[in-house]
Ligand binder design. Sequence first.
Ligand code: ATP
Length: 202
Amino acid sequence: MAFVVGLTGGIASGKTTVANLFHHHFSIDMVDADVVARQVVEPDTPGLAAIVDHFGAEILLPDGRLNRARLRERIFSHPAEKQWLNQLLHPLIRQKMIDDLRCVQSAYALLVVPLLVENQLQSLCDRVLVVDVDEQTQIERTMRRDGVEETQVKAILQSQASRRERLAIANDVIKNNATDQDLLLQVTNLHQKYLAMSQQNR
Ligand code: ATP
C-alpha cells in the first residue's frame, strides 16, 4: 500500500481546500471518508441490504436509494439503533478505505477523514496531518458557507473532538487561521517531506 497521510480537522477547518491543493499542484490521490461512507450504502451493496433487513423497506426512497433523512430520524434519540448502524458501517467504511488506498498510484495517498480522532482511524495512517484553525474562524466560515446560525455551529463543535485532542495526535499541522493563509507554501513544504518519507518507506 502507498504511504498514507491522514488529513483531518474540525468543521470548516479547510480539509477539502488543503486536499485539493495537494491534488491540483502535486497530483496526489485522495480517499475521502465522506465519499466512502456514501458508497458503502449505495444500491446493490451489502451495507444497504443489511439496513433494509433491519429497518424495513420504508427506509428506501422510491428509486431504491437510502432515505437518509428517514434513517437520521430512526436513529435520532435511539442510542441502540445508532450503535447498531455504526457497528454495521464502520467496518465496511474501514475496509473500503483500505481497498481504495491499495489502488492509489501517486507517491503517497491522502486519506481525508473528518472524524479521524473520534473514530480512531490513526492506525490506517503512516502520518497524521491536522488542519488547525481557531474556533472563531471555524464558526465564521461555517456560517458563511452553510448559511447556518452560530448556535448550530457551536453545537457541532461541541460534538467533535477538541482542537487540543486533534493536535495531540498530529505529526504535522497546517495553520489555516484568518491571519496565516499561505496554504500553498505549507502544502508544498509538506509535499516535499512526504515524498522523501514515502521513498524511504519503499
Ligand atoms: P467540512 O469538514 O466542514 O466539510 P472542510 O474542513 O473540508 O469542511 P473547507 O470546505 O475546505 O473545509 O473550508 C470551509 C470553508 O472555508 C469553505 O467555504 C472554504 O472556501 C473556506 N476557507 C477555507 N480555507 C480558507 C482560507 N484560508 N481563507 C478563507 N476561506 C477559507
